[in-house]
Write a protein that binds this ligand. Structure first.
Ligand SMILES: C[S@@+](CC[C@H](N)C(=O)[O-])C[C@H]1O[C@@H](n2cnc3c(N)ncnc32)[C@H](O)[C@@H]1O
Length: 467
């Protein structure tokens, strides 16, 4: 029996914007075959930077695109439906935009790719629209893994928090949460981490004329390289003057969200990037600053639009096409930072290829012991769940009967002694009972809260050893 699709995951993106999510998924190794957005400016930018497969389409008219997506038969549908209706700045009333979350779910259930990945603001997790979309996706047979992700733990120096749902046909709910948590770094990325590394990359091409500069950032197209033209960078040189100025200043101002601080040091992540992140402090803010601001906002740096684009994960050589600065900032602020999408793409690909398995929750051991088992027996049961999961290439099944049937169909399982097979089956049954017990208990948080679970990633090497 085969559980993994091909090595390559082919994806279609809905609501693609200028391509932040696509950029990251491609970097992870996903093949993007089509992308749709209703905004021609965003599609133009997507095409200029990612590829010609983006099209202008109004996704309220699903009949016009679902047949086409079905023909493409993607392994993954991804997208971040518009979120103004949920965001704190918005009206808090679910309207037309919220219904596009349902449009996303309808497209997924109609096309039935093996995987989907949806991004939204964290407030969407408790919305009526997501509750409806969620029920629809579960009825269609998707197991859901819901996580609240902080971008500064996934490769950009930004406190942006977003709600990500990853779905896979036939899985148990929560099947990927430990892997998503495991992909986070231990420390948040700071502005100094980010821009400090950016300033070191400079290349010295001595110019032939005094009029021309001799030092180029490695992030920009260099002039024609002549023989022996690359020399050490002079000590005095400061590439990316704006980055150097930011590092030197040490403090940065961004318009506060939800009455938070306006001023941050460069030794912390910046607040969520918005369309206004480039604005200098207003007289109103200067007259009534946040009490916790470490210095006066008037003495701080603000990010340039180029820096905002990079902090939002767009590569330094990204080419923005927009007549209005407002449009450019809107596309930037809308995006999923590419490093975040890349991290999640890698998590999906690793599971798709059977290189990781869901973590077994620590409480399972307690539950087994409370059921009268000795600690060593409980540990053996846990080890057997892990072993069975490895044989199943990391896939968990919402239905225990299907899970046992799938295990029986694995050639390596069939080759095991009878007692061992019986122990592995029994271990899976016990784990399914434990999960049913867990979900039957009253929830402490809302139904859509993503609970951080202990991280247990099985890497390729471990799987190879276990095979
Ligand atoms: C949150 S942004 C997505 C950004 C994208 N995920 C990225 O990483 O760059 C939402 C996008 O939905 C698009 N949109 C809004 N209404 C739409 C509709 N009816 N049909 C298609 N796209 C729509 C907007 O133009 C916007 O680009």
């Amino acid at each position: 029996m085969t559980f993994t699709g091909g090595v390559l995951v082919r994806a279609v993106e809905l609501f693609c914007g200028a391509g932040g999510m696509s950029r990251g998924l491609i970097d992870a190794g996903v093949e993007m075959v089509r992308a749709y957005d209703a905004w021609p400016v965003a599609v133009e930018n997507y095409r200029a930077n990612i590829g010609p497969h983006a099209e202008v389409a109004d996704l309220t008219n699903l009949l016009s695109i679902v047949p086409e997506i079905s023909r493409l038969a993607p392994d993954l549908i991804c997208g971040g439906p518009p979120c103004q209706d949920y965001s704190l700045a918005g009206r808090r009333q679910e309207g037309e935009n919220a219904s596009l979350t349902i449009a996303f779910a309808i497209a997924v259930t109609a096309v039935r790719p093996e995987w989907f990945l949806m991004e939204n603001v964290v407030q969407a997790a408790r919305s009526e629209a997501w509750a409806e979309a969620r029920a629809m996706l579960e009825r269609a047979g998707y197991g859901l893994s819901e996580s609240r992700v902080t971008a500064s733990l996934y490769g950009v120096p930004q406190n942006r928090r977003r709600f990500f749902v990853i779905g896979r046909l036939g899985e148990r709910n929560g099947f990927l949460q430990s892997a998503v948590a495991g992909a986070a770094s231990a420390q948040p990325m700071t502005l100094r981490d980010f821009f400090g590394s950016a300033v070191s990359d400079a290349v010295y091409f001595p110019a032939r004329s005094q009029e021309r500069r001799s030092v180029w950032s490695s992030d920009e197209p260099a002039p024609t390289i002549r023989e022996r033209s690359i020399r050490p960078v002079p000590e005095a040189y400061r590439p990316h003057p704006a980055d150097a100025a930011l590092l030197e200043n040490g403090f940065v101002y961004t318009r506060p969200l939800r009455d938070g601080r306006g001023v941050r040091t460069i030794d912390e992540p910046i607040t969520t990037i918005t369309r206004t992140s480039w604005e200098r402090p207003t007289p109103r803010y200067l007259n009534d600053p946040h009490p916790d601001d470490p210095i006066s906002a008037s003495a701080t740096a603000v990010l340039t639009v180029d820096q905002i684009s990079r902090v939002q994960g767009f590569p330094a050589d990204w080419h923005w096409i927009a007549k209005a600065k407002r449009d450019k900032l809107q596309m930037i602020a809308n995006a999923v930072p590419a490093p975040v999408a890349k991290a999640l793409g890698k998590v999906i690909l690793a599971r798709h290829r059977g290189h990781t398995a869901p973590a077994i929750e620590g409480r399972f051991l307690d539950w087994l012991q409370r059921g009268g088992r000795k600690r060593t027996t409980a540990r053996n049961v846990k080890a057997n769940v892990n072993r069975a999961r490895r044989l199943l290439h990391g896939k968990s099944f919402a239905d225990i009967a299907i899970e046992l049937g799938a295990l029986d169909a694995v050639v390596d399982f069939a080759a095991l002694p009878r007692n061992t097979r019986s122990d592995l089956r029994q271990a899976l049954i016990l784990y399914a009972e434990f999960e049913a017990w867990k979900t039957s208990r009253p929830k402490r948080r809302g139904p859509t809260a993503a609970v951080a679970v202990p991280v247990e990633i099985i890497l390729d090497d471990d799987l190879a050893k276990a095979a």
